[in-house]
Write a protein that binds this ligand. Structure first.
Ligand code: M6R
Length: 365
């Protein structure tokens, strides 16, 4: 049932404040100002020397965001790869180390094969899945659910934001276990996390502006997405979302990689979507925006009021997100990224819920 929405994807985008809130309530002791996992994990984060993450598609991008969180909040080294590579790489994995797999469906063939490989190496396996009865959930040594509810649209939206929510909670839990986060810092992170559903609701109100912007984007043959830090995997996710439902060619890049090649593509016909909350790397991203502007590129900034006031460049548009703690930015910024892809595809008359050539669950290699 799509409710009063035209597509499941629209419904699922709009459900995010609610399902992220529900997921948070499952992982956070609000009164205590700390993460409280629903069950004890059968390994100790303090004893790990490394975390290996594997997943496919959007779930892989959630893992890429989480790498920044595990490294900065828990000082835990992370390696991460797409599951179609992990399963054949013959990577040496330490016995008693930890492999984390992320999957909405819990049935993705490559992710399942990577999980089995990790087990064969004597690793603990932890899965973050949206379907708790799935094969991946059953075969992992521990499972943390995302409480997104059934996701029907082929393009993953609410499962992604719920994956990010669980991953941030897990990184905070790991940071405490590893003696990196003291109670005051943990409480501050929880304070930021519990504002997220409200911030997502606010982000959803920018839909009218994004619809206008989508008309412009729909004329493009190629679109570039740029970001630094956690906004880099968000750029990858933005590009994936746009290409899978609108069939416009889109690429995501780390903003600092621009001058190592992709800048050659830039001219007036290429919209450049810059994802840049006012965080510790914002100024660095502005210097990349200047490089784009100098070559006639048309910049769309997905950022905040402070950043918009500071950069001083001509832009095609600015999508203004609410002020927030940069640590939670990926969860909130997922909203405009999804809406831009959605409205572009709808404007072009594409079937957003059933895009060509794609299946909701990829159970074959
Ligand atoms: O069910 P999974 O999370 O394991 O699926 C992984 C990918 O197939 C999935 O995220 C895919 O990339 C989506 N179509 C992205 O919108």
């Amino acid at each position: 049932d799509k409710g009063n929405h035209r597509h499941f994807m629209a419904k699922e985008i709009h459900e995010q404040p609610e399902v992220v809130g529900r997921t948070l309530a499952h992982y956070v002791d609000m009164a205590g100002g700390r993460v409280a996992l629903p069950e004890a994990l059968p390994f100790d984060f303090a004893k790990l020397s490394r975390l290996s993450i594997t997943a496919c598609g959007t779930a892989y991008y959630a893992g890429l965001v989480a790498r920044y969180w595990f490294e900065s909040l828990a000082r835990l080294p992370v390696d991460i790869d797409v599951a179609s590579e992990t399963r054949y790489r013959e990577a040496p994995l330490e016995a008693d180390g930890l492999t984390l797999v992320i999957s909405q469906s819990g049935e993705t063939a490559d992710t399942l094969a990577s999980l089995r490989y990790a087990r064969s190496q004597g690793q603990h396996t932890l899965s973050i899945v949206n379907v708790p009865t799935s094969t991946i959930a059953r075969e992992s040594s521990a499972m943390l659910p995302t409480l997104a509810g059934p996701e029907i649209g082929v393009a993953s939206t609410k499962a992604f934001s719920c994956q990010l929510t669980v991953l941030l909670c897990l990184a905070i839990h790991a940071g405490r276990a590893r003696g990196v986060l003291d109670p005051a810092r943990e409480r501050a992170l929880i304070d930021a996390l519990i504002t997220v559903p409200g911030l997502m609701a606010e982000a959803l109100t920018r839909e009218g502006e994004i619809e206008g912007l989508a008309r412009e984007v729909s004329k493009a043959r190629d679109v570039l997405y740029l970001g630094r830090g956690t906004s880099y995997p968000m750029a990858l996710e933005g590009a994936l979302k746009l290409k899978e439902i609108s069939y416009i060619h889109a690429e995501g890049y780390a903003a600092g990689e621009l001058k190592h090649g992709p800048i050659a593509l830039i001219d007036e016909s290429v919209p450049v979507i810059v994802i840049a909350p006012h965080d510790g790397v914002f100024e660095k991203t502005v210097s990349n925006m200047q490089e784009v502007a100098a070559r006639g590129g048309r910049i769309v900034l997905i950022g905040d009021a402070q950043g918009a006031a500071e950069h001083g460049l001509d832009t095609l548009a600015t999508v203004t997100m609410p002020d927030l703690d940069p640590v939670v930015a990926p969860i909130v910024y997922a909203v405009p990224i999804q809406q831009l892809a959605y409205h572009t595809a709808v404007f072009m008359g594409k079937d957003v819920d059933q895009p060509r050539n794609l299946a909701k669950s990829v159970t074959v290699e």
